[in-house]
Design a protein around this ligand. Structure first.
Ligand code: PXP
Length: 260
């Protein structure tokens, strides 16, 4: 299992004061030294955390592959092509959202997604699509020419958190708040089955399979147990823990939990 450490939130803290502290390159170094197999960053259209110069520096200095998340916006795709990351992950992006709220809709955005995949592939950049774990999305990802899918685990994470702490993972998810305990349990099992089925189908279709969003030290074993999933991209929980333990220990512990 490959651990992709998402260091966007180090840049969130830095941007809060518009100073170079904490230093994202120090985060890159510490994550790599302590078990990250990949560094994941998201160059958002609104540049709320990672900046263009971060992408350049991280590409230049990273000792492990860089997975660059981006929207299907043409200008952003051009920037990604120039920087030549080891992989681009196409994600949905809305200006108002706090974080990526769901998978990329491959059906209503088909033309743009296809354009982005073709352009990135022409620049020799493999493409992963961040999608909901559905059968349709797996088939469509293959049809559009992606090399990989990243299964959105946000709904799983919400259900898991509601069952285990009586609080949703995300304050923005009110849907789960209305469910009874037995409905939550059933929903969680169904969601895990959906993720398993999607991972199996994607694998059969010849797509590599990653997963991410809302994964933490308590719920991650559910994803580690799915053999077709070869990579997990995790940000919030690692950076949150690092406030208390240091980034070195936070990455080491996640690496231990995700090793199989
Ligand atoms: N994977 C993708 C495609 C994402 O957009 C994000 C959120 O930036 C993550 C993984 C990491 O999610 P989290 O920060 O909840 O661990």
């Amino acid at each position: 299992m490959k651990l992709g450490v998402n260091i966007d939130h180090v840049a969130v803290l830095r941007e809060a004061r518009e100073v170079n502290d904490p230093d994202i390159l120090q985060a890159l170094y510490v994550a790599c030294q302590n078990g990250a197999d990949q560094i994941t960053i998201h160059l958002r259209e609104d540049r709320r955390h990672i900046q263009d110069i971060d992408v350049k520096n991280i590409m230049m200095l990273s000792k492990v592959p860089v997975n660059l998340e981006c929207s299907i916006n043409k200008e952003i795709i051009d920037i990604v092509c120039e920087n030549k990351p080891h992989r681009a992950t196409l994600v949905p992006e809305k200006r108002q959202e706090v974080t990526t709220e769901g998978g990329l809709d491959l059906f209503s955005n088909e033309t743009y997604v296809k354009y982005a995949i073709d352009k990135l592939n022409a620049a020799e950049i493999p493409v992963s699509l961040f999608v909901d774990p559905s059968i349709e999305a797996m088939k469509k990802s293959k049809e559009l020419g992606a090399q990989m899918v990243e299964l959105h685990t946000g709904h799983f994470a919400n259900l898991f958190a509601m069952l285990n702490s009586a609080l949703p993972y995300s304050n923005h998810s009110v849907k789960e708040l209305e469910l009874s305990r037995s409905e939550l349990e059933k929903g969680l099992q169904q969601e895990i089955e959906k993720i398993k089925e999607a991972a199996k189908l994607a694998n059969e279709l010849g797509l590599e399979v990653a997963a991410g969003h809302g994964l933490n030290y308590h719920n991650v074993d559910n994803m580690v147990n799915i053999p077709e999933i070869i990579e997990l991209n995790i940000g919030q929980s690692i950076i949150a823990r690092s406030v208390f333990t240091g980034l070195d220990k936070a990455v080491q512990e996640m690496k231990r939990l995700t090793s199989r």
